[in-house]
Ligand binder design. Structure first.
Ligand code: PHB
Length: 365
């Protein structure tokens, strides 16, 4: 803990040294071009935001089967590596640091987005009442197929390969996306995972895939360049909470602690909603924080003063800001000077071009 630190002080997390504790949270923008490549506008978007202590890229699928929404970028082909290299070079030229969020959506997908019109894959064959975005607009997700146990080594290998691609693309590290009811969360939660065998049933079995992925990624690129994101209390994408999220995540963090990961990133409460949902039982995030020796990153609607309080009190080492970074490329300066923030153009979040993407003004020099 750093009880006297401020949001604006540097910090070393694992092998990565950050200029401040203000993190740009991962934000889906659906602007990847043919080949699911980040293009020149995406280079400019991240370059503009490089004064963040750390940028976490938008969620990027680790394989064709990991995609769940239209025009999200990948990190598994040589062309994607070369395209992301333009982004990392631009951020580094501005003195910033950037990790990529490794994503497999599992059952939150639609067959029209998947190779050969395949069914999405998950821990279960049960379909949630969730929607996704395709060429035809918002549509219900397709019915998933439950992965066989003998397919899971291939999923772990895809994470490992994507992590290697990320380093080749010049990223400072990766964040494994184990939040928001996507594939790894679909294995963790007993509200979704209805398997028997080594990957279903007990907490230890439901955590097995995540722990294998974290070990593989850490072995591949170094634990000091690896982070992970959880959302123990979210019900995002029509996915009920686990029956005992405290026991589940206490176990998971106990098992991750010895790996020496750079950081753990937790979404508190409902993703993009209440940090303390009225319908949710209390969840003791500090119980996880106490178990974790790496840097502790919190997220979900923090204001400047709430974020500063969290860091000065030692409750967190880092605070991730999402929507404020979309509208404010110079968010760090605005927070430092307590300057007003630009309004977010909510109709420009997903898809489209420069508008609402790279045209938000910075403060005058
Ligand atoms: C989204 O595309 O809406 C999205 C992606 C990743 C998340 C949450 C939401 O973790």
């Amino acid at each position: 803990m750093h009880p006297t630190s401020s949001l604006f002080d540097p910090i070393k997390i694992g092998d990565i040294t950050l200029a401040n504790r203000i993190v740009m949270a991962p934000l889906t923008r659906n602007r990847a071009a043919d080949g699911l490549l980040p293009g020149p506008l995406t280079v400019e978007y991240y370059r503009q935001r490089a004064s963040a202590g750390l940028i976490i890229s938008e969620a990027s699928q680790i394989s064709p089967m990991g995609q769940g929404y239209l025009d999200t970028p990948g990190i598994y082909t040589p062309q994607q590596v070369a395209a992301w290299r333009q982004v990392t070079d631009a951020v580094h030229a501005e003195g910033g640091k950037i990790v990529i969020q490794l994503w497999h959506v599992g059952r939150i997908s639609h067959s029209s987005l998947l190779p050969g019109g395949a069914a999405p894959v998950s821990s279960t064959s049960r379909r949630p009442n969730a929607m996704t975005f395709t060429r035809d607009g918002f549509v219900p997700v397709s019915a998933p197929r439950a992965l066989r146990d003998d397919e899971l080594p291939g999923i772990v290998a895809d994470y490992r390969h994507a992590a290697r691609c990320a380093i080749e693309a010049g990223f400072d590290g990766v964040e494994v996306h184990a939040a928001n009811s996507y594939l790894l969360d679909q294995f963790l939660r007993d509200s979704v995972n209805d398997r028997s065998g080594p990957y279903g049933g007990s907490i230890a079995n439901r955590a097995r895939l995540l722990l294998e992925v974290m070990q593989a990624v850490a072995d591949e690129i170094g634990a000091g360049r690896t982070g992970v994101r959880f959302s123990p209390m979210t019900t995002f994408s029509d996915t009920p909470r686990d029956s005992d999220p405290q026991a589940l995540f206490n176990y998971v963090v106990d098992r991750l602690a010895p790996l020496g990961l750079a950081y753990l990133h937790v979404i508190e409460g409902e993703t993009g909603g209440a940090r303390h949902p009225a319908d949710a039982p209390p969840f003791d995030y500090e119980a996880l924080h106490r178990r974790f020796p790496g840097a502790w990153m919190i997220n979900n609607g923090y204001t400047r003063s709430e974020g500063e309080d969290a860091v000065t009190s030692g409750r967190a080492d880092l605070v991730a800001f999402g929507r404020p970074f979309i509208g404010n490329p110079d968010l760090v300066r605005r927070l430092r000077e307590n300057a007003p923030l630009n309004e977010l153009r909510a109709d420009k979040l997903y898809g489209g071009g420069a508008e609402g993407y790279v045209d938000y003004p910075a403060l005058a020099a």
